[in-house]
Design a protein around this ligand. Sequence first.
Ligand code: B1M
Length: 231
Amino acid sequence: MTQELIPFEELPEELQELYEDMQDDLYEGLADKVVEGTRKALDMGRSPHEILAHGLVAGMDIVGEDFGAGVLFVPEVLMAAKAMKAAMEILRPLLTQTGAQRVGTIVLGTVKGDIHDIGKNLVGMMLEGAGFEVVDVGINTDADTFIQALKEHDAQLLGMSALLTTTMPYMKVVIDRLDEEGLRDQVKVLVGGAPLSEAFAEDIGADAYCEDASVAVEMAKKFMDLYRRAA
Ligand code: B1M
């Protein structure tokens, strides 16, 4: 996602068709087909970032719209999520490969009450690819777990994900705990997830709002740069 993404409409017709098929297959929860499409696009020399954006994330956006509109229900969305995860596993080695030295450590998790993890996992892969050690504390993560992992791994960065309007306020609970533990000055807090905004991030006292995985990488690098300069 750090590379320039060719807009969908500018892609050759054959590729547009392939990505549209992948979106349909994702919608139908056909994991094998989505994996097949992913491999085919890779064989055609397409980048993992393009495949993610035009095949997988675009497909999941349609699922999200129809889920919100009551056309799809949880079991169907779960099938779509499984298909997306299967394809992400094909892309994982490509996204996480890095020749770079370890640049820093980030503790990453989805906050308490929330089990959405596709976006978080994608962010984790991209950060690994950029040379970060990623301590993934999983889903439904409480403040104690975040704090413990930060201490244990001596991490400079904390990344939190929330996909529900009901769980995003928990990010503030974690930030308050960082304060209480005397850790707030030592840890930069990055937050992301579809319902968040720049204003929300500012309100809760986070250091950065990350609209997507590439912004998360950009911000994480920026903060490590600042640490280095201050050292
Ligand atoms: Co859920 N769900 N869901 N769901 N689900 C949403 C979020 C929803 C918007 C759907 C809708 O109504 N249109 C809606 C939330 C409404 C709201 O709060 N306003 C919703 C709901 C209501 C629910 C349930 C309550 C449904 C129910 O049970 N009645 C339930 C809640 C469960 C819970 O968490 N307690 C629920 C359950 C589920 C499934 C389990 C079925 C499944 C999750 C499977 C899984 O993750 N393993 C699911 C899914 C798949 C979705 C949608 C369709 C897709 C989410 C996704 O994976 N997107 C979603 C609709 C949508 O978001 N449009 C929806 C793809 C992913 C790549 O994008 O996660 O946004 P995203 O991540 C991006 C950025 O946001 C950012 O970078 C990522 C990559 O670019 N980012 C970060 C994310 N985290 C970051 C952290 C960072 C930085 C950047 O840290 C540094």
